[in-house]
Design a protein around this ligand. Structure first.
Ligand SMILES: CC(C)(COP(=O)(O)OP(=O)(O)OC[C@H]1O[C@@H](n2cnc3c(N)ncnc32)[C@H](O)[C@@H]1OP(=O)(O)O)[C@@H](O)C(=O)NCCC(=O)NCCS
Length: 163
């Protein structure tokens, strides 16, 4: 498995995989607006990280989007194709993001939203040092990973961005 930043010229495959993730979650294809939601604007320094299966002509089998914001980086749209799950692909995608996209000079916290009932995702996030910072009644949790827990707490984003 090769984990790397998806180049602009290869973004179509990530777009398609993202649509597949939406279909899996909601049972229908995304609208144009929903498909665009969270997709990075490269000028902002956002990234799509992809997992490519080298044994199958380098097909894209997993992805995660990292959105760079002023005071934090948002992890979103984490998805691994069903046949490739529980083989360490999700972990490898997140580890790549945490290692390669952290800025040592001005470390920013990573934030994400997750559903508490999503056992795979919760295990992964907890293992990688994310902590719950806010919980909504509908089971959505806001999680954050940062080095300095004494720094002022950041407000959570709105729950609409769950993915
Ligand atoms: C969540 C998801 C990305 C995990 O990807 P993955 O490649 O299966 O994750 P990994 O194989 O790296 O597993 C990481 C850990 O979680 C565990 N795990 C994974 N899926 C699990 C499940 N369904 N139930 C319990 N544990 C699970 C693994 O055993 C592993 O633990 P270990 O390292 O101690 O063995 C994948 O299940 C997925 O795409 N789900 C649909 C989309 C989704 O829910 N995205 C997250 C939105 S917040």
């Amino acid at each position: 498995m090769d984990i790397r930043i998806v180049e602009n010229s290869k973004m179509r495959a990530a777009w398609d995989l993202n649509a597949r993730a939406f279909q899996d979650s909601f049972g229908r294809a995304p609208t144009e607006l929903e498909a665009t939601d969270n997709f990075p604007v490269y000028t902002r320094g956002d990234h799509v990280i992809g997992a490519y299966d080298d044994d199958k002509n380098g097909v894209l089998v997993g992805m995660v989007i990292i959105r760079s914001q002023k005071r934090c980086s948002i992890i979103t749209n984490l998805y691994v194709l069903p046949d490739y799950r529980e083989k360490g692909v999700g972990r490898a995608l997140l580890e790549f993001a945490l290692e390669h996209l952290e800025q040592p000079q001005t470390p920013k916290p990573f934030q994400l939203l997750a559903n508490r009932e999503n056992q795979g995702a919760m295990k992964l996030y907890n293992d990688l040092g994310f902590r719950e910072t806010y919980r909504w009644d509908n089971g959505i949790v806001h999680m954050e990973r940062r080095d300095n827990w004494n720094a002022p707490k950041m407000p959570p984003p709105s729950p609409e961005h769950d993915h």
